[in-house]
Design a binder for this molecule. Structure first.
Ligand code: GCO
Ligand code: MG
Length: 408
């Protein structure tokens, strides 16, 4: 059996999904997702210029060897661009394997460990009242876990994941008016003074059962993060995400020494080598890698297994930048992983997105029920894809009030 061709598509409904389709001489094809938010053309280019010419002619059933061929063969390995590109190939090969075996991918991984996988939604508000309305909306729709973010009084612009105006539904992940980023201003002091009381009000209003998550988005210094983690302890967060920039993992030790608030980290990691030490030292509670830019199912599964040895549960990244293809790959890992925690889950399910990626995965009452179709259980409509093209876009950048650059 041989791979005969592979094609890359960039585009989608208000998104730049990077979709890979791998074709074989047996008529079976596989799909992968290489979307790297706001840098989408880079993995697409890597696939087209370097990887696909070397993929053609290989036996798609040698999933492990193909992964190792690209990873070890590159010499300059790892990094989000390369790992997203290998990740897309890997997902497509697992899709092909499932279709050949006539089994859903979760069965190839070892079968189902649960009937449904809990997901969390993003609630947000310009202020606390606005946020409460947003949380109510998700609670009423059946979600058991909600991430909460809201504006901080006195801060001169909106901060991470918060709309500028009340009621405005803002695509805070990407602004598609061009590649020049907007500037957000940040003030850690105001945030540390305000956010613990805001989170406590959300707990009071919604009661003890709701799983409340919060994303600090790499903004605090280690000592500040320790103070914050301690201050929010009474709220009993499901997790506090990315309290400090992910490069300095020693910072987590200081936070750990001062608080029992669960820590989630990993959406910017690309390999097991970025997180093995903090997993082994048990400095985190949830690992947030994504199957897309962490090298696909083959590599992500190794991280999940290592995490399981150290009581670390999964909480895969699922920002709106992920296409239904990588989300499907994560649904299969989530169905199997003995140490599953939660799945981030957003705005999929628009009619345009469903038409582009028909799928049997279902989200009901805050739980994902994985598809039993062979392979990944998601398809890609090339006619629909022809409607879309690449849209240049950017994240905001962050500065302190005096102009100093800070972490987005
Ligand atoms: C999350 C993330 C995202 C990132 C985005 C960057 O927890 O979902 O922090 O919102 O900001 O993926 O491209
Ligand atoms: Mg995050």
């Amino acid at each position: 059996m041989k791979i005969t061709d592979a094609k890359v598509f960039v585009g989608g409904p208000q998104k730049n999904y990077v979709t890979l389709k791998v074709l074989t001489d047996q008529g079976v094809y596989g799909l992968g997702d290489a979307t790297l938010n706001n840098r989408e053309t880079l993995p697409a280019n890597y696939l087209e210029k370097y990887l696909i010419p070397n993929l053609i002619g290989k036996d798609p059933r040698n999933v492990e060897d193909i992964w190792q061929f690209f990873y070890r063969g590159a010499y300059f390995r790892r990094g989000p661009v390369a790992m997203a590109a290998y990740g897309a190939i890997d997902m497509a090969l697992w899709d092909i394997m499932g279709k050949l075996a006539k089994m859903p991918v979760y069965q190839l991984l070892g079968g189902k460990s649960r009937s449904g996988a809990m997901v969390y939604a993003h609630a947000t508000g310009t202020d606390l009242e606005d946020l409460k309305d947003s949380v109510s909306h998700y609670v009423e729709s059946g979600y058991k876990a909600v991430r909460v973010q809201c504006g901080v009084p006195g801060m001169s612009t909106a901060s991470y994941a918060v709309p500028e105006k009340k009621g405005e539904v803002r695509n805070y992940i990407t602004d598609y008016t061009g590649i020049q980023p907007k500037v957000e201003l940040w003030d850690s002091d105001r945030y540390i003074r305000y956010m613990p009381t805001a989170l406590a009000e959300i707990r009071d209003r919604f009661g003890p059962e709701l799983h409340i998550l919060h994303d600090v988005h790499h903004r605090l210094l280690p000592r500040e993060a320790a103070e914050f983690a301690k201050a929010v302890e009474p709220v009993r967060l499901f997790w506090m995400e990315d309290p400090t920039p992910a490069e300095d993992q020693d910072a987590l030790r200081l936070i750990r020494q001062h608080s029992t608030t669960p820590i989630a980290i990993g959406e910017v990691f690309n390999s097991i080598w970025d997180c093995n030490r903090m997993i082994e030292e048990e400095l985190i509670d949830f690992i947030r890698v994504a199957v897309t830019y962490c090298g696909g199912i083959t590599h992500t599964r190794r991280i999940v297994d290592l995490a399981g040895l150290h009581h670390v549960r999964t909480g895969f990244h699922g920002a709106p930048s992920h296409s239904p293809v990588s989300m499907a790959a994560q649904h299969h890992l989530n169905a199997w992983a003995p140490n599953f925690g939660v799945q981030e889950y957003l705005v999929l399910g628009t009619p345009e997105c469903d038409a582009l990626f028909p799928s049997e995965h279902r989200m009901i009452n805050g739980m994902v029920h994985v598809s039993d179709a062979p392979g990944l259980g998601v398809d890609f409509d090339e006619k629909q894809a022809a409607r879309y093209e690449y849209l240049p876009g950017a994240h905001p950048v962050v500065r302190l009030e005096d102009g100093t650059m800070w972490n987005y």
